[in-house]
Design a protein around this ligand. Structure first.
Ligand code: IPM
Ligand code: MG
Length: 362
């Protein structure tokens, strides 16, 4: 049976990079035997413009019907002054919560062709391969109560709540341990149990779940130290598991180790493996519409989709090999281009997509 992929380009460079990923999907359909059907919808600012809401009911329905979702990015300067509940970011948080995509996988893999693009020394990052597992539908992003209130003296106070239930910690821990089992069997749980009760519970629940995975070596680290270790000695990590906000921050840091945030895909999965796939970078309104954004993170998000939701590991490998190939051939978008390296050439978004297509077909 045909599997349904919902395409949500979103805002800014989202439209351009998703167009390149769709080229790749179409090649897999036409020239290999991928049996999928694509539908399109709006999310974020684009959806607000069309429907008055960043995650409108039409998109909700499409999302529920799909087997997997490919998302570009959301956000733009023109939406910054909108009320909080209709801002583009709310669309993204809305779809994550609505579909219960609690397990967010953010790999940070350094492609060996790009060791020089990292801001760290090549020997510190060479061979880097970390998987960050971020809890995505709980924690301070969704905790109640939240708001801005006025105190008796007339001063305003902003407040949010960092909460995790045992069941939420358990399911993300299982997700992370399962991934660790398929990798180097080392899991580091990142928290702040020295200060926050909620992270003390997090620590204890992860320990408890760990008893079911005796082969996995479990360690714990406070988030400030984890941030430091990520830039000091990143190769010590195999899989990291953490809460929503810590994961947001650490995954940006980890991304930069690889040279460019334009290289990293992500998967957000529900308990059945249905998933939404997106590059981890944002909508970059400053460079939107100029054909200079890097489409590789989005193309590699298609690879993760094939692996985690569509059960086509063979095709995921094809995409990864094609990406590897174009980097070997020297194609570089501006974010990964370094002046003066022999054999490299600066290309735009669509040329990079075409190069991947050519590599797939060669
Ligand atoms: C991310 C982004 C989002 C987040 C924003 C756009 C809401 O930074 O996916 O990491 O904070 O989760
Ligand atoms: Mg982020």
């Amino acid at each position: 049976m045909k599997q349904k992929i919902l395409i949500l380009p979103g805002d800014g460079i989202g439209k351009e990079i998703v167009a390149e990923a769709v080229k790749v999907i179409n090649v897999l359909k036409d020239d290999f035997d991928l049996d999928v059907e694509l539908t399109y919808g709006d999310i974020g600012g684009a959806a607000y413009d069309a429907d008055g809401h960043p995650y409108p009911p039409t998109t909700q329905k499409l999302a529920k019907d799909a087997d997997a979702i490919l998302l570009g990015a959301v956000g733009g300067y023109q939406y910054d002054d909108l009320p909080r509940d209709v801002r583009p970011e709310r669309g993204l948080l809305g779809i994550r919560a609505d579909l219960e995509l609690f397990s967010n996988l953010r790999p940070a893999i350094l492609n060996k062709e790009l060791a020089d693009a990292s801001s760290l020394k090549a020997e510190v990052v060479a061979g880097l391969d970390i998987m960050i597992v971020r809890e995505l539908t709980g924690g301070i992003y969704f905790g109640e109560p939240r708001g801005i209130r006025e105190l008796e003296n007339g001063e305003k106070q902003g407040y949010n709540t960092l909460v995790y239930k045992e069941s939420e910690i358990e399911r993300i821990a299982h997700s992370a341990f399962k991934i660790a089992m398929k990798r180097d069997k080392r899991l580091c749980s990142v928290g702040k149990a020295n200060v926050l009760e909620v992270m003390e519970l997090w620590h204890d629940v992860v320990e408890r779940v760990g008893k079911e995975y005796p082969e996995v070596e479990l360690s714990h680290m406070y988030v400030d130290n984890a941030a430091m270790q990520l830039v000091k000695e990143p190769k010590q990590f195999d899989v990291m598991v953490t809460g929503n906000m810590f994961g947001d921050i650490l995954s940006d840091a980890a991304a930069m180790l690889t040279g460019s945030i334009g290289m990293l895909p992500s998967a957000s999965l529900d308990k059945n493996g249905k998933g939404m796939y997106e590059p981890i970078h944002g909508s970059a309104p400053d460079i939107a519409g100029q054909n200079i954004a890097n489409p590789l993170a989005t193309i590699m998000s298609v690879s993760m989709m094939l692996l985690y939701s569509l059960n086509r590991e063979d095709m995921a490998e094809r995409i990864d090999a094609a990406v590897e190939r174009v980097l070997q051939q020297g194609y570089r978008t501006a974010d990964i281009f370094i002046e003066g390296i022999e054999g490299t050439k600066l290309v735009g978004t669509s040329e990079m997509g075409d190069a991947v297509v050519a590599a797939l077909l060669s």
